[in-house]
Design a binder for this molecule. Structure first.
Ligand code: PLP
Length: 361
């Protein structure tokens, strides 16, 4: 019979490239003629050495990561890095600065505070319900901070720093979990970039940290699993790494290269996002609340203003194979996430559905 195409608009874990899923299926019983599956091979095997080295090199190529930056693989997700960053880097002033751009910025601040680090919010757009982004004040208060924490893409609120705030006085630690590899950024604008894999990069279980080598130093009394210096000296192999997740991320990186790299996928991400924003901006039923200049390419919240009707849209969409469109409870309404693996046909199907839904009322 006919099978309806399914499109997954989840904010994460999220859509993976189809060719990567198919490659994993082919590889699974017998990886590279080894007679073993990726689920069974040793992280000390030459097979895994190659997987790790290629993943690092492909990421280096894709993001043009210079040699004075290291690529590390951790476990613990973005949340693990909310602790790792202050533990490793807030060692001089025991104080960090924050731009309060929403939920995940607050989570990062709360985790640092829990570890005894002073957290100062330099600007907040909470009063605007985070529908626009906070920016650095022209003069940063005189106290000293070990770094500025920035949430580059706000997954829940649907905002993105398309231009990265800069302050020569402040090292910059960036949470890029939800738009990693979705659009080009200059790695040299940052001291640390981190991202959980489960949106644009691969399965949950591995967290990438890209860090300027010069700021990495040994710190006493750190849990080994969060220790940047230790992981750097051990090439992320201090203990058993998430072997499968690193392998799958490596396949996604090769897929991304075949899409024209970050520049190629950025072009398509812009076209995809523009299609939905254009529909929403002309719709008499749906709207997106975000300030245009700050709109995310990857996470697009929208609503009718009537919670019951929003729920009906989510349910009807699911019946048509358009999955996981429910908005985060703090924003309400709907949210469509267009990560790198979302094909244009998925965006077209969504926009057609919304158009049709509006026409039928
Ligand atoms: N930071 C951002 C921007 C996120 O979107 C998320 C999860 O959605 C996190 C951090 C938390 O990541 P994890 O679930 O990997 O700890």
């Amino acid at each position: 019979g006919l099978t309806m195409p399914i499109y997954n608009f989840s904010a994460g874990p999220a859509v993976m490239p189809k060719p990567v899923i198919e490659q994993i299926q082919r590889d699974l019983p017998n990886l590279n003629g080894s007679g073993m599956s990726i689920l069974e091979i040793s992280h000390r095997s030459s097979l895994f050495d190659t997987i790790l080295a290629e993943a690092k090199q492909d990421l280096r190529d894709l993001m043009r990561i210079p040699d004075d930056y290291e690529i590390l693989f951790f476990q613990g997700g973005g949340t693990g890095q909310f602790a790792a960053a202050p533990l490793n880097l807030a060692t001089l002033h025991h104080a960090i600065a924050l731009l309060d751009s929403g939920h995940w910025a607050n989570r990062a601040g709360a985790e640092a505070a829990k570890l005894g680090v002073a957290v100062t919010t330099l600007a907040s757009t909470q009063a605007d319900h985070y529908t626009r982004l906070p920016h650095l004040p022209t003069t940063i208060p005189t106290e000293s901070y070990d770094y500025l924490h920035l949430t580059v893409n706000n997954t829940i609120e649907g905002t993105t720093y398309h231009t990265i705030p800069q302050s020569s006085d402040l090292p910059l630690v960036a949470d890029m979990s939800s738009n990693f590899l979705a659009q080009p950024y200059n790695v040299t604008d940052f001291d640390v970039i981190f991202a959980g894999a489960q949106k644009n990069l691969g399965p949950a279980g591995v967290t990438v940290v890209i860090i300027k080598k010069a700021i990495v130093k040994p710190v006493d009394h750190l849990p080994s699993m969060l220790d940047y210096h230790l992981f750097m000296t051990k090439n992320s192999l201090y203990n058993t790494p998430p072997v499968f997740a690193i392998y799958a991320a490596g396949l996604v990186l090769k897929w991304l290269k075949a899409q024209g790299g970050v520049a190629g996928i950025y072009q398509r991400n812009q076209e995809e996002a523009a299609k939905l924003y254009d529909f929403l901006d002309h719709s008499k039923l749906f709207y997106n609340p975000v300030h245009h200049a700050d709109r995310s390419l990857t996470n697009i919240p929208f609503m009718t203003g009537d919670a019951q009707l929003d729920a009906e849209v989510v349910e009807t969409a699911a019946q048509e194979g358009l999955m996981n469109l429910k908005g985060h409870r703090s924003v309400g309404g709907l949210r469509a996430s267009f990560y790198n693996a979302m094909p244009m046909t998925g965006v077209d199907a969504l926009v057609n559905f919304l158009h049709h839904f509006e026409q039928q009322r």
